[in-house]
Design a protein around this ligand. Structure first.
Ligand code: BEZ
Length: 263
């Protein structure tokens, strides 16, 4: 992950690396779909702390990683000093040179509006360039969001849609956005991928702290503790198995080719 983050989110790169390593471990498989070739110019959009960028670099590709979080980029540079990492917003970036491929794992659900991200991707790709991405799709973390809603209500708060940092599109919705901007979509899937969270009993709380802080930003720190306890209570029988929390992730995967030169 790779995180283009909403302005409300505050990323802690050390926490991300130590407690949320599943984010890039799952992404390794996506590199097979990218099929990077030696010497190709590739952009890793939302590179987080750089683990997948490094794997792509190891294939001999000429890779650049971007992420909106300065903390993530600082950590990525510390981890992999030979790779170029740049702080850049996924909805407002541009490069003087064009890329053969753009790769993005677990980042695009943080980037709004999606049309702006797609416009930047289109402009940064060569004609016939490849776009390979995986991110949260329609129905992603639906049960977690429902439990947050119930827990907020029980404490007298409402879930506020303007604080929702995520964009989880259906395949239909996202492929139309790509086609409108001159891409040919050759592959798209939406699959449930229940994801075991690190940290045993603390896994859901860690996840909420790292990723759902904007939704809980309206409550005081002490109420937040009560709300997290209520969220755990709501979800225990559904998402807690054999000593671990399992998040109800749904992933959209797309492969598209840029066909039309953007303006
Ligand atoms: C995801 O990777 O699907 C995700 C991560 C954090 C918050 C929401 C979704």
């Amino acid at each position: 992950m790779n995180t283009q983050y909403n302005s409300k989110a505050r990323w802690n790169a050390n926490l991300y690396e130590s407690k949320h390593s599943f984010v890039w471990q799952y992404g390794t498989d996506l590199i097979n779909l990218l099929s990077p070739q030696k010497g190709e110019k590739i952009l890793d959009l939302g590179c987080g702390t750089g683990q997948l960028t490094d794997k792509i670099a190891a294939t001999g590709a000429d890779i650049v990683g971007i992420d909106r979080s300065p903390a993530m980029i600082a950590k990525a540079k510390e981890n992999y000093p030979k790779i170029q990492f740049i702080v850049a917003d996924g909805a407002h970036f541009s490069f003087p040179e064009k890329f053969d491929a753009i790769f993005s794992n677990a980042a695009l659900h943080w980037i709004k509006p999606p049309e702006a991200a797609i416009a930047c991707i289109g402009q940064a790709l060569k004609s016939e360039g490849r776009f390979i991405a995986e991110f949260g799709g329609k129905g992603n973390v639906e049960q977690i969001i429902a439990a947050i809603d119930i827990a907020l209500n029980k404490s007298g708060y409402q879930l506020q849609s303007e604080l929702n940092p995520w964009y989880f599109p259906s395949i239909g919705e996202y492929t139309i956005l790509l086609e409108r901007q001159g891409f040919e979509v050759t592959y798209a899937t939406l699959v449930a991928r229940p994801t075991k969270l690190n940290g045993g009993e603390m896994g859901l709380r860690n996840w909420l702290e790292m990723f759902a802080s904007s939704l809980l930003s309206i409550v005081s720190p002490s109420t937040k503790v009560d709300i997290m306890t209520e969220i755990e209570k709501q979800l225990k029988s559904i998402l807690y198995r054999d000593g671990s929390w399992v998040a109800d992730y749904k992933r959209i995967r797309v492969i598209a080719t840029k066909k039309i030169t953007s303006q």
